[in-house]
Write a protein that binds this ligand. Structure first.
Ligand code: ZN
Length: 148
């Protein structure tokens, strides 16, 4: 497409690239007000198997907590989503705090946190900072090249 290469890359574009790289397949990223989402993020699998990562809109700044929340959800999308029940991703997510945390839930949360910390460390070890870019952007750039 003419002019495509001159289109500025947005942070969203970068996040989508990172998501595809880290999850190993296309991921749809959506943003939802935190008050509705009632979590930093969530992962859903559509009827056709596509992954939707939903992030609270107060995410997207330049501090580690945000990056961690993003990477945490990507870890779920990579490792745990294959076993998720499929849902209608056309509807807004309905988060229910589980009445009882199962061993599996606790394990999955720990795995997602571990993977998020690993990716963040990898990003900091491999980043080649672009002048004027934020820490958040520079880490995203690094992660577009991630390789296990
Ligand atoms: Zn989680």
């Amino acid at each position: 497409m003419a002019g495509k290469d001159t289109t500025p890359m947005t942070v969203y574009d970068l996040m989508a690239m990172v998501a595809k790289r880290l999850v190993g397949r296309d991921v749809e990223l959506r943003f939802t007000p935190a008050a509705e989402l009632k979590a930093g993020g969530c992962v859903r699998v559509g009827a056709d198997g596509h992954r939707v990562v939903e992030l609270a809109t107060d995410h997207g700044g330049a501090w580690d907590g945000d990056m961690h929340a993003f990477l945490h959800e990507l870890a779920h999308a990579r490792f745990h989503a294959p076993k998720f029940k499929r849902s209608d991703t056309g509807r807004p997510p309905r988060w229910r705090e589980p009445a009882l945390k199962t061993k599996r839930t606790i394990l999955q949360e720990a795995q997602a946190d571990t993977m998020a910390r690993y990716w963040l460390k990898w990003a900091d070890e491999h980043r080649q900072d672009i002048p004027g870019a934020t820490d958040y952007e520079n880490r995203l750039w690094a992660l577009t090249h991630w390789r296990a």
